[in-house]
Design a protein around this ligand. Structure first.
Ligand SMILES: NC(=O)c1ccc[n+]([C@@H]2O[C@H](COP(=O)([O-])OP(=O)(O)OC[C@H]3O[C@@H](n4cnc5c(N)ncnc54)[C@H](OP(=O)(O)O)[C@@H]3O)[C@@H](O)[C@H]2O)c1
Length: 283
């Protein structure tokens, strides 16, 4: 039975709640007071470590995130899978928002889900951030994104992980993000490789030995089959091409800036992240 506060909030279905990103999405959704549903595969119910992971979501937690104003323990577990149409229909019919956090290599397995959503639309549908970079990894995400767009399902797209989960949940009942791509480019977290090295050297109070890479071994990337090439493609895209930062976030093109919309979300800066390692290294 939902309490009065939960009744006002959008009902959220998380697909992939036992995964890395899905765990945080589910936790933040519950803690923000959204009636939260998780679609769980049969095999996962019988896996003790995954069950423990799910149970941990039901424990009340306190967090410095201002997002967590109304801790709640509402999580409804539904048995089902992306290849089980009946389970998808049942799950989608219960909610207003669907958040899918399945692994990149299974991204095209969401086709059935999209068809179900078209027939039984929740009020909004949120998808993971995609990019135009190809090499199999991003192209699959792009394909599924085009399908979402051509299906006329309202969507929002995202980048990044734990903090991305916090920002994602903030967007749920926010009309400013409806049919928009939410970009996360937090100040202090946009830095070049040289900035990063300099920051690290400052923390460990040592100079690093540097090797200059004059050209990227594209042949190696091309010869490596998907999904083994993903790490190389990702490093090339992020650290060499800067695909996350070379463009302006422009509302006329459907982009909105997460850190501007939600200045109250306290995200981890790169410097704070490096501190967690420097404490170990300098001990
Ligand atoms: N940019 C970043 O820094 C970053 C970091 C992490 C993740 N991500 C993105 O986040 C997404 C999720 O990645 P992840 O690392 O969180 O994945 P993960 O840990 O491997 O979790 C995958 C989840 O999807 C579920 N799943 C897989 N196939 C399913 C199916 N057929 N039906 C229902 N559920 C299914 C799994 O359920 P079971 O427990 O049943 O296997 C699990 O809960 C990916 O798109 C990834 O690219 C991005």
């Amino acid at each position: 039975m939902l309490n009065m506060e939960e009744e006002k909030k959008s009902r959220v279905l998380v697909i992939g709640a036992t995964g890395r990103l899905g765990h945080y999405l589910t936790r933040f959704s519950i803690q923000s007071g959204h009636p939260t549903f998780a679609l769980i595969r049969n095999s996962t119910f019988s896996d003790p470590s995954k069950s423990a992971n799910l149970e941990s979501l039901l424990r009340r937690r306190h967090s410095p995130q201002s997002l967590f104003l109304s801790p709640s323990t509402s999580l409804i577990k539904l048995k089902g899978s992306l290849d089980d149409e009946a389970s998808l229909e049942e799950a989608v019919s219960k909610v207003d928002v669907v958040i899918s956090a399945i692994p990149s290599k299974h991204v095209l397995d969401q086709t059935l889900l999209i068809n179900v959503i078209k027939r039984t639309p929740p009020s909004r549908s949120d998808k993971t951030q995609v990019s135009d970079l190809d090499h199999g990894f991003y192209s699959k995400k792009s394909e599924i994104r085009r399908l979402v767009e051509s299906s006329n399902i309202p969507y929002t797209c995202f980048v990044n992980e734990v903090d991305a989960a916090a920002f994602t949940i903030k967007t749920i009942d926010d009309p400013r993000t409806l049919n928009k791509t939410l970009y996360l480019r937090p100040s202090g977290n946009v830095c070049s490789m040289n900035d990063l090295v300099e920051m690290w050297e400052g923390k460990i109070e040592k100079k690093l030995v540097k090797t200059l890479l004059l050209r990227v071994n594209f042949e190696k990337i091309k010869e490596t089959p998907y999904p083994d090439d993903m790490e190389m493609v990702f490093i090339y895209s992020v650290f060499i091409k800067g695909h996350h930062t070379y463009f302006e976030i422009d509302e006329s093109c459907g982009g909105v800036n997460g850190t501007e919309l939600y200045p109250d979300v306290k995200y981890m800066t790169v410097s704070e992240f490096l501190d967690t390692f420097s404490r170990i290294v300098t001990k």
